[in-house]
Each structure stands twice: as structure tokens, then as C-alpha cells.
Design a protein around this ligand. Structure first.
Ligand code: FES
Length: 126
């Protein structure tokens, strides 16, 4: 099983686990204020290891529109395929939220099709 290191915690999760869920399982109250639908960016992370070159179209568009493309990834749009090291950004504690957000589906929403970032840049004119 891949190991996810997030901040000062680590957790082993089955391959294919949604990264936001892995982070929660590590005990980090990461935000997912839109319910994991690639709309809010509160689940964003900085990836320090294990980043993939592919992303969903929904993630690409949201990161681009928020000015976060290239610096952050949306954990709700990623699944764990191999060991990863990530840094959380927005948590219940550092944002003062009453909770982290609506419960997440186990699978990526919208239905995930992973595309090479370079193909998305060409397609989206980024
Ligand atoms: S939970 Fe809202 S964008 Fe990921």
C-alpha cells in the first residue's frame, strides 16, 4: 500500500484512495467545502513528492482560474497511486471553520478522466 506523508503525519492507504480521504485518515482536518467537486479549492495541497503529470479537466480549469496552476493540486481530484508527500493548506483549525465540509464520495467527482497537463494547456489555451 502506498504511504502518504502529509504535514507531520503519515498513513498507508490502498492504491486508488482519493487523496483528500487519505489526508483525513492521517488525522488532518483538510477543507473540502464544496464536497470534493473541484469547485472551492479548499482541499488544495502543495505536492512535494509523488506528483503525477496528469490531472482532470475540472482540476485544471479550477486551478487555472484561481491562479494556482503549477503551485498547488486539488486533493479531491487526485487518487493515491504511489507514495506521496504533501502539505495541507486550508484546515478546519487554521480557517476557523465549524467543520471541514460535506462528506466526500469515495470516487472522484466529476467522473475523472486524467489527461496530460500539456494536453490540457493546449486544449484550454493556458
Ligand atoms: S473539495 Fe472543493 S475543490 Fe476539492
Amino acid at each position: 500500500m502506498p504511504t502518504v506523508i502529509v504535514d507531520d503525519r503519515s498513513v498507508d492507504v490502498p492504491t486508488g484512495t482519493r487523496l483528500t480521504i487519505a489526508i483525513e485518515q492521517a488525522g488532518i482536518d483538510i477543507g473540502h467545502r464544496c464536497g470534493g467537486k473541484a469547485r472551492c479549492t479548499t482541499c488544495r495541497v502543495v505536492v512535494h513528492g509523488g506528483e503525477t503529470s496528469t490531472m482532470t479537466r475540472a482540476e485544471f480549469v479550477r486551478l487555472r482560474d484561481a491562479g494556482l496552476l503549477g503551485s498547488h493540486r486539488l486533493s479531491c481530484q487526485l487518487v493515491v497511486e504511489e507514495d506521496m508527500r504533501v502539505e495541507s493548506v486550508m484546515t478546519k483549525q487554521n480557517q476557523g471553520w465549524p467543520d471541514t465540509g460535506p462528506a466526500l464520495d469515495a470516487g472522484v467527482v466529476p467522473e475523472a478522466v486524467w489527461l496530460e497537463r500539456s494536453d490540457l494547456e493546449a486544449e484550454q489555451g493556458a
